[in-house]
Design a protein around this ligand. Structure first.
Ligand code: G3I
Length: 333
């Protein structure tokens, strides 16, 4: 039977997001069999890896990198600068007052230097800045603490610090909803500004948290073409295809199905995955990696999200680690 990594050998590495608990037992077996790249799902984010000033929690990220090395897999680092999962101490001093631009820049530099430096030569690509562009409004900058305290140049600084710490690592800007026209244009403007200023950005990560009804093929192709026209490579960094109608549900703030998994959902999901990988193969000259966000339907970040109490089945392997219909459409082409 074909495996994902063999089927895509001539295209791009196939990655998976993991926690340390995935590195033993049946999860680990499936990971070794099917994938050739790992992304730590949480372990390298600011909060988990740098919980207090001057204290790093290296155990989990080290374990993930060691597992990858032992099994000949690549590692994508995720993520150096994000408004979520960042500890409070980062933005405040010992009296709980907000720090100055200078102090925050110095902390950002130290953090990036320490984390990227530790894994220099072992992590080939980093999501340097994550989700800096807002979903609504006309500004291209999300009003995050980094933006408020430092100003818009926190983004280029983060890339410069990462490049200095490991000049060989490929540096990515990573975001979701990259196929919606308004956000696509804002992300394009941001990336163009960075390129015009010679900021060391190598690529853009399309997270790929999609569903059976999104994105439309033309919209995805438009994003790939528009971003790569800037000379940037593209990676799909957090792929999953929800069996629920996600965007629609978010707009209406309610579930659009009973939550039960149906044969029709699995058919639609297979068709969506088939279309997505057709597009990825078509653009193989610019797409340099595709990473799934979690291992199997046994456990996904989409369980309970956006609808509490509802399970999702967004991956290629079912709850018993068996390949689904969607898997066949991805490996047989
Ligand atoms: O580790 C703690 C545990 O000690 C505690 O008891 C428990 C109680 O809530 O929480 C655990 O932390 C959770 C963590 O996942 C690890 O399981 C956090 O609450 C939870 O918020 C966190 O969720 C992660 C989420 O990012 C945070 O925003 C998801 O696992 C992770 O899949 C998700 O990944 C993001 C990408 O980084 C960026 N793009 C979107 C994507 C999906 O949201």
């Amino acid at each position: 039977q074909k495996t994902l990594k063999d089927a895509y050998n001539d295209f791009f590495p196939i990655g998976v997001a993991v926690a340390p608990r995935n590195l033993t037992g049946p999860d680990a077996e499936l990971i070794k069999e099917q994938f050739n790249s790992l992304t730590p799902e949480n372990a390298m984010k600011m909060g988990p890896i740098h919980p207090e000033p001057n204290r790093y929690a290296w155990q989990d990220p080290d374990a993930i990198v060691a597992f990858a090395q032992k099994n000949g897999m690549k590692v994508r680092g995720h993520t150096l600068c994000w408004h979520n999962q960042t500890p409070k101490w980062f933005f405040t001093d010992s009296t709980n007052k907000q720090v100055s631009r200078e102090v925050l820049l110095a902390r950002l530099k130290q953090h990036i230097n320490d984390v990227v430096g530790r894994y220099k030569g072992r992590i080939y690509a980093w999501d340097v800045v994550n989700e800096a562009v807002p979903d609504t409004g006309t500004s291209i900058y999300r009003r995050s603490k980094f933006y408020e305290i430092i100003g818009e140049d926190y983004i280029e600084k983060a890339f410069e610090y990462a490049h200095a710490a490991d000049p060989a690592a490929k540096l990515f800007y990573n975001d979701y909803n990259t196929e919606s026209s308004s956000k696509r244009d804002k992300i394009y403007q941001l990336l163009k500004k960075l390129k015009d200023k010679n900021v060391p950005v190598d690529g853009v990560g399309l997270q790929g948290h999609w569903s059976i009804s999104e994105p439309a093929k033309q919209e995805l192709e438009k994003s790939i073409e528009q971003f790569s026209s800037l000379g940037l490579m593209i990676q799909i960094t957090e792929l999953d295809v929800s069996v629920h109608q996600k965007e629609h549900e978010r707009r209406e703030k309610r579930a659009t199905d009973s939550g039960e998994l149906t044969a029709e959902m699995l058919e639609k999901q297979a068709a969506q995955y088939k279309m997505l990988f057709e597009v990825f193969r078509k653009y193989k000259s610019v797409i340099t990696g595709v990473t799934f966000w979690n291992v199997s339907d046994k456990s996904s970040w989409l369980d309970n999200f956006p609808v509490p109490g509802r399970k999702d089945y967004p991956l290629l392997f079912d709850q018993n680690y068996k390949p689904k219909k969607a898997f066949d459409g991805v490996v047989n082409f």
